[in-house]
Design a protein around this ligand. Structure first.
Ligand code: GLY
Length: 359
């Protein structure tokens, strides 16, 4: 098993191992028993782990809900589930409210937990509900997509979408643990599997040339690259949990990615948009070798590097970026594979710079 430590204010572990889903209930029961030792009864009887609510979507329900229920029941939990429709349309305040009301109906207390079993939508929504219920209860992330394993399940960003935009209501609420079973990715459709690799390739460009090279050579082991990408994210999040400084590095390629997603009315998926953004920002720097390496690496890993949307439409969306501060926007610049810098640019300067990447 590979373990990555996330040294946030409330530290936690990310556990990565093929087949770990079956042991997830026992792992969480053990974790809770350890953290409750101070409250153990005087006769030394084991503390029951309490209730858990498995939040998942209809696609994952059919594949992994039963296995997860069995695992948490075997760990001694009193298990219930909350199943949402798959897709971004479920990531709303209304669904989060229904979930929180469900927890109240089931008489959840602050010692009970939520298990987020799914991709980014499930993780963000369940984490947000966990942050709200009783002013914050514990939750565990069990990501079922590569994208959520390497990015959204780690770092404590939880959110729902508002009609004005994605992730506009949310909270920083770190999970109690992240349990990654790469075996769960075997059932992912090919395109969704590859979209997740974009965030891992991005992590390599930010901070680990060896990770990038494993994608460049096409010889990577999925467990290994997940551990490396998570370790990079964990290090950056540990330095800047509340996203006021270095954490911006994780947005490499994302200024264009978010613009491409919006300009395509979200027809282009996030992972594909990140791939397009990575290529464009590298090209914008004018560094030919860097751009060529990123182009080749994206291509051999089944990812796009461009799209049909006219450049002007993408640039128009950049002006609306919600991460903009007044007339300035933060752009992450790749200097070489494994090293990037954060640069604040005036909007016009950013448009001109990024425009070169979209030519
Ligand atoms: N996905 C970027 C972050 O967690 O900050």
């Amino acid at each position: 098993m590979k373990t990555v430590f996330v040294k946030t204010e409330k530290p936690y572990e990310v556990l990565i191992e093929h087949g770990i889903l079956d042991r997830s209930g026992a792992i969480m029961a053990g974790h809770i028993a350890n953290s409750m030792l101070d409250f153990a009864s005087a006769d030394g009887a084991l503390v029951a782990p309490g209730k858990c609510c498995i939040v998942t979507d209809k696609n994952v329900e059919a594949l992994y809900l039963e296995e997860t229920r069995v695992s948490f029941k075997a760990g001694g939990f009193d298990v219930c589930n909350f199943v949402i429709d798959g897709g971004e349309a479920s990531k709303t305040m209304q669904v989060a409210t229904s979930l929180v009301e469900f927890l109240a109906e089931m008489r959840f207390t602050r010692s009970d937990i939520i298990v987020a079993l799914g991709g980014g939508v499930v993780g963000d929504l369940a984490g947000f509900a966990a942050s709200m219920y009783m002013r914050g209860i514990n939750y565990v992330q069990i990501p079922t997509t590569v994208l959520s394993a390497v990015d959204s399940s780690v770092g404590g960003k939880t959110a729902v979408n508002l009609s004005e935009g994605k992730n506009l209501a949310g909270a920083f609420h770190q999970p109690m643990k992240v349990i990654i079973d790469p075996g769960l990715f075997d059932t992912l459709p090919n395109d969704i599997y590859h979209q997740g690799l974009a965030e891992a390739i991005k992590a390599g460009v930010i901070a680990d040339r060896f990770l990038f090279e494993s994608f460049e050579l096409g010889t990577f082991d999925i467990e290994d690259v997940i551990a490396k990408a998570v370790a990079i994210k964990a290090r950056i999040v540990s330095l800047d949990e509340n996203d006021i400084g270095e954490r911006a590095l994780l947005n490499l390629g994302h200024t264009i990615a978010h613009a491409v997603e919006k300009a395509s009315a979200f027809e282009i998926a996030h992972g594909d948009a990140v791939a397009i953004g990575l290529y464009a920002v590298a090209k914008a720097t004018g560094a030919k070798k860097l751009t060529e390496r990123i182009y080749r690496t994206l291509t051999i890993n089944g990812l796009p590097w461009s799209c049909d949307i006219p450049k002007e439409e993408i640039l128009a969306q950049i002006a609306l970026d919600k991460k903009r501060k007044g007339d300035s926007i933060r752009v992450i610049i790749p200097l070489r594979i494994g090293e990037c810098e954060i640069r604040d640019m005036r909007l016009e300067e950013a448009r001109e710079f990024l425009s070169r990447g979209l030519e």
